[in-house]
Design a protein around this ligand. Sequence first.
Ligand SMILES: [Zn+2]
Ligand SMILES: [Zn+2]
Length: 292
Amino acid sequence: YTAVCEDCSVSMTYHSANNRMMCHYCGKSVPALKKCPECGNEYLKYSGVGTQKLEEELKLLFKDARILRLDADTTLSRDSFSTAFRDFSEHKYDIMIGTQMVAKGLDFPGVDLVGVIGTDRAFYSDDYRGFERTFSLLTQVIGRAGRSGGNSEAVIQTNNVGDNVIAFASRQDYKAFYAEEILTRKVMIYPPYCDICMVVTSSTDNIVSESAANEIKNNIINGITDKFKDIKLFILGPIPASVIKVNGKYRYRMLIKCKNSREFRNLLRESMSIKRKGDLSVYVDMNPETVL
Ligand SMILES: [Zn+2]
Ligand SMILES: [Zn+2]
């Protein structure tokens, strides 16, 4: 049995701080269950989030270490976030555990060991920027160890030891990474060789959302075979978003490889003027930061 959010198609995460299960998509939380609702078993095991487990392990291994854990659970406000960072640089802690947000451009003196745990997950994203994101995250984290001088060291934990992206990152080899990545982008036709336009439909009615997405796609195809026949584009999808349901709304997305020209935007505007049933909404994101 896995606890799933009522409004979103994701499983909830257990938080030991308040003994509740939380949905990280809509923020809803419910008290942690005392027994399994399916079989009544009272010996439930909460796996918790990675950072919590890591903290428990480290407490066992380093009994006297002062540990600072920073994740969505512990950092409630921007304020407590910066206080925590200041405390860490003033050596009020010995070990810091954090999610990706800790890696973003922060400098601490006197850090002589950096560990990156479970480097594989980033690769599962079907986003064309997945490799770039992984490379940039790893180089930032490893750079952190490098900057403190002395005998600092970085350890990357991964199941993909032979992976080029991880190898390039561990050597801080931007040139080699770029050479390989740009070739892939060129062959597969991804930015910077084109623009990516993401069209998302969203509705509490799954069928309305899906058929709206298909209708828009058909309109685009009709457009480029007739009025807009000079436009070259390629449509991927529509498919359900990687998390299809959020806040009770079903989402479908398609990606259009295109050139972001005035002509294209006109085609898109005309293709999107479909009948709005119920609470259907449609939106467009040009070169999105993340693909849904
Ligand atoms: Zn939710
Ligand atoms: Zn059960």
